[in-house]
Design a protein around this ligand. Structure first.
Ligand code: SF4
Length: 106
């Protein structure tokens, strides 16, 4: 492993919104991967992420999930992220749409 002296403040993930590297949106993740392409510590970053078994995110230009490089986020993880973003039906329809009495038990 080469020894690269780099000002941490100059790294792409320090100069841009750090949420990009952990985004739910595949387009934002792809943009983070693209930004990593110019990073002088890309190899060390990826090696460190794999050694630490990082749970998720873009590291060294790769998408990492539970300590492994993956091509894209799993559908179940994407569905969970989508579900979290979607407001519950009762929130959209208002309080009159919430189940009451026997409806709630069904
Ligand atoms: S390779 Fe690592 S240090 Fe470099 S921008 Fe990407 S996440 Fe940041």
């Amino acid at each position: 492993m080469s020894n690269v002296c780099t000002d941490p403040a100059s790294l792409p993930c320090r100069k841009h919104d750090p949420d990009l590297w952990f985004a739910d949106d595949p387009t934002r993740l792809a943009f983070a991967q693209q930004l990593c392409g110019d990073c002088p510590v890309r190899a060390q970053c990826l090696a460190g992420a794999l050694a630490r078994r990082e749970p998720c995110g873009v590291w060294g230009g790769q998408l990492v999930d539970r300590g492994r490089i993956i091509r894209k986020r799993s559908r179940s993880r994407q569905r969970n992220a989508d579900r979290e973003r979607q407001p519950a039906a009762a929130e959209v329809a208002g309080p009159e749409a919430r189940p009451t009495g026997s409806d709630a038990a069904a």
